[in-house]
Design a protein around this ligand. Structure first.
Ligand code: DCB
Length: 339
């Protein structure tokens, strides 16, 4: 009887310890009011794991903005704090497009990026500074601009543990290869960042809209530390084949960060794929792969977290009825209400 009692007490203690740990790892702010950046500090890569300053593996989760040229109104302090406190976001990704009215022709987007960075620093969140290569396809097209931009960001903010650089969102096109375009571009941009920021995480996109981690794994960047590689997926278009790519890449030593994923088809529209989304979420959690969901907007596309034209003020504080089907699902996932 006594033995049974002791056994039960030990089991209970172990269970409480474990569940506490799982919960803590996903909190934007813990019960003592400590932010994720206060708890984790400077990030680092050990093996294929993203780790905190103490060397323990961590998984970071949060939301991506849509293109700042269209939805930069959401990249403000109130929305970012709301996403931290109500959505339990540990990170925010600010998507600086080059084309489609982006930074290549619109320098006024830089202050919006700066505002996002400063809001995340103030709120103890990580910020992914996303150089959103997309319709430009080849990252080499804007290499000089990228070097200039990232040098400035590294100089100003490289000493903050909050900063994560994503230097090349989704290179694509049949002539844009990892070996000839992306890797040479990445090496130069990384060198520029490292002059001022020796150790914050730098994430590199992969070919075919950041789907080809298996190709990057054959020829990774060497002589650099704290480098990760991007895999993007849309749950309605990409499934088991991509998860296998990710597992194989991890096995071969490639650290992976899913800087963008959606609950929809690859177009960002076409319905919400709940079952497929949850399958992905379980995979990412099991492998400690960090992620950002696409995206914060009220354009009316299915991957947007707000309903068409909902939320006119862009200050956060959204009600359930303002959220899209995707918004409701992703919020529940982030709040640890769905697994
Ligand atoms: C990526 C891009 C992202 C794009 C989403 C959804 O592109 F990184 O910028 O977002 O995935 O497609 C969409 C927005 C739309 C906007 C459009 C163009 O949601 O509102 O009009 O960007 O700015 C992908 C990802 C995968 C594939 C193709 C694209 N794919 N793509 O597998 O074919 O061509 O944009």
């Amino acid at each position: 009887m006594k033995k049974l009692l002791i056994f039960m007490i030990i089991t209970l203690l172990l269970f409480t310890a474990c569940s506490k740990k799982t919960k803590d790892t996903h909190l934007a702010v813990d019960k003592d009011g400590k932010t994720v950046v206060e708890r984790y500090g400077k990030l680092q890569i050990i093996g294929t794991n993203l780790c905190n300053q103490a060397g323990e593996p961590v998984q970071l989760r949060g939301m991506s903005s849509h293109g700042l040229q269209w939805y930069g109104k959401y990249a403000n302090e109130n929305v970012i704090k709301w996403l931290r406190d109500d959505w339990n976001c540990q990170l925010f990704r600010a998507a600086l497009y080059l084309r489609e009215g982006g930074y290549a022709t619109n320098g006024a987007l830089k202050p919006i990026m700066i505002k996002s960075i400063e809001a995340c620093i103030k709120n103890g969140m990580y910020i992914i500074v996303d150089w959103h290569v997309l319709s430009d396809k080849d990252p080499l097209v804007y290499k000089t601009k990228a070097i200039e931009f990232f040098t400035e960001i590294a100089q100003k903010y490289g000493s903050y543990p909050n900063i994560i650089y994503e230097i090349c969102n989704e290179p694509n096109g049949k002539d844009v290869t990892w070996n000839n375009n992306i890797k040479p571009y990445a090496e130069e941009v990384i060198d520029a960042i490292r002059q001022y920021d020796p150790d914050n995480i730098i994430i590199v996109g992969t070919s075919t809209w950041s789907q080809d981690v298996h190709i990057a794994a054959q020829n990774p960047i060497t002589d650099q530390t704290n480098i990760m590689y991007t895999l993007h997926f849309y749950a309605g278009s990409h499934g088991e084949q991509f998860r296998k790519r990710a597992s194989d890449a991890l096995k071969s030593g490639l650290p992976i960060f899913v800087t963008e994923w959606g609950t929809t088809k690859a177009s960002g529209d076409g319905g919400v794929f709940e079952k497929e989304t949850l399958e992905w979420i379980r995979f990412l959690s099991a492998n400690n792969i960090s992620w950002a969901n696409w995206s914060v907007n009220n354009k009316g596309e299915d991957s947007g977290i707000l309903k068409y034209n909902a939320d006119k003020t862009a200050q956060g504080g959204w009600q359930e009825q303002d959220l899209s089907t995707s918004g409701k699902l992703v919020r529940q996932i982030l709040r640890n209400e769905r697994k």
